[in-house]
Design a binder for this molecule. Structure first.
Ligand SMILES: [Cu+2]
Length: 462
């Protein structure tokens, strides 16, 4: 807990004054903001095992708080459409790049091939060009909340924070059971875009990137402090996604019980009651929200109100599903250590930061021609990521989710993850089974400015 709080106070205090703003402010009309009802992204469902979709990445002026703000979007909206798929489906996406930068697409959390025109982070789509993705989802793929966003090295933080992101839901038979089916099933995408009238919102400078860029406001589905209105007899089921480039979230809902039912990689075996939700950049959690009284309940990130739940019902709404999920029991036969060297940022306490400029794993910045880790297909490995720096880094690997064996405090964590926080001065051990796919993919820091600096490596499964 202390690491999150220290980072929050660190970023929320001295540092942000120096970092913001870079662009002309849009002044906020809080009265107007308070009356907005949450808008959820359009849902596009697969049919007969296929979902065909064209996504156009382009510059867009989005409505914001009675005015407009500049953004990059897929198909002119933020959040981009939510895609609903079943295990065994094929997802065909024709991505048209109408931006002025190179881009590509990552299906974050998917256990699919990382090669060819599947979830390949090394694809390059030049401005004005398009690329046809074909992503085959295995028949035994877990149900869960995943997402899509660009992944071109050196452009990830600016493109994501400017607005290129959408959710993906994989549904299985259990989602169609009444307990899950009779729920609100909302996607809540948290993002903190910088607010301005032109593309200068993407401008940054070295210290800004060293911290990881933050936006002025934490928005919920692109809205400032929206309200969620619950319906009588409908369980509030929230799929929470941290789509911020760098911001760590600690979420609570006043006057409500929170029951965690899924982490990044799928459902838990049983719901777990939690007091708050730590969601680091890139992570997802799925929760059941049970109000303990009728009326308005503030949704908080730390002490800040980011939305409201208006409930006409009490928490007596039952949620006791017969089936949840299965967490694999894995035994590792090999282990390796990846080191985060260099001190990173140091708060000198006088408003100044000292900075050791090394954002890399094992001291080597990302080089697309270098294979950093070679793993034997079918094996299960323990990876220990040791953080010798003074900063937190959210560690992410593509294509394979993992168990957290040691979270840095000697404790394991529930559920499957594909992003895990590595606290400063700690070592975190994750367990991964490299099954189903061979090929090359990446692991990286999901503070995306760090990734763009070179905090990324290549793993090859042979
Ligand atoms: Cu990092």
């Amino acid at each position: 807990m202390s690491e999150y709080l220290s980072r929050r106070s660190f970023l929320g205090g001295v540092a942000t004054v120096a970092l913001l703003p870079l662009t002309p402010q849009i002044f906020l009309d809080s009265a107007a903001a308070a009356t907005q009802t949450l808008i959820e992204a359009k849902r596009i469902r697969s049919s007969k095992g296929i979902l065909n979709l064209t996504l156009k990445a382009d510059e867009t002026m989005l409505p914001f708080n009675g005015s407009k703000r500049w953004a990059l979007t897929y198909n002119g909206v933020f959040p981009a459409p939510t895609l609903i798929l079943n295990p065994g489906d094929v997802l065909n996406i024709n991505l048209i790049n109408s931006t002025s930068m190179m881009t590509n697409l990552h299906t974050h959390g998917f256990h699919v091939s990382p090669s060819g025109n599947s979830d390949n982070p090394l694809v390059e789509i030049m401005p004005g060009k398009s690329f046809k993705y074909r992503i085959k989802i295995p028949k035994d793929h877990p149900s869960g909340t995943f997402w899509y966003h660009p992944h071109h090295h050196m452009f990830v933080a600016k493109q994501l924070s400017a607005g290129l992101a959408g959710a993906i839901i994989i549904e299985d038979a259990i989602d169609k059971q009444s307990e899950f089916k009779n729920s609100s099933d909302r996607v809540l995408m948290f993002a903190d875009p910088r607010i301005g009238k032109d593309s200068s919102v993407m401008d940054t400078y070295m210290m800004d990137q060293a911290h990881g860029r933050l936006g002025e406001y934490l928005l919920l589905n692109g809205q400032l402090n929206p309200q969620i209105i619950s319906k009588a007899g409908v369980t509030e089921r929230w799929r929470i996604l941290n789509a911020c480039s760098s911001r760590y979230l600690r979420l609570k809902v006043e006057g409500c019980e929170l029951w965690l039912i899924s982490t990044d990689g799928g459902r838990l075996t049983d719901p777990i009651k939690v007091g708050s939700l730590d969601v680091v950049p890139g992570q997802r959690v799925e929760v059941i929200v049970k109000p303990l009284r009728k009326g308005a309940h503030r949704i908080l990130d730390g002490d800040e109100t980011v939305g409201t739940l208006n409930s006409s019902i009490l928490g007596s709404a039952k949620f006791a599903p017969k089936l949840m999920g299965t967490i694999p029991a894995l035994v590792a036969t090999n282990s390796r250590t990846i080191r985060i060297l260099g001190k990173g940022l140091m708060n000198m306490g006088d408003g100044q930061d000292s900075h050791e400029m090394l954002y890399a794993f094992d001291g080597s910045e990302f080089d697309p021609s270098v294979i950093n880790q070679v793993v034997k297909f079918g094996t299960t490995e323990d990876w220990t990521i040791s953080n010798e720096s003074l900063m937190e880094h959210p560690f992410h690997i593509h294509a394979w989710s993992f168990l957290v064996i040691d979270n840095g405090d000697g404790q394991s964590e529930e559920g499957l993850r594909d992003v895990v926080n590595i606290p400063p001065g700690k070592s975190v051990t994750i367990r991964l089974k490299f099954n189903d796919f061979k090929g090359v993919t990446v692991y990286h820091c999901h503070n995306l400015d760090h990734e763009d600096f070179g905090m990324m490596g290549i793993v090859q499964v042979v």
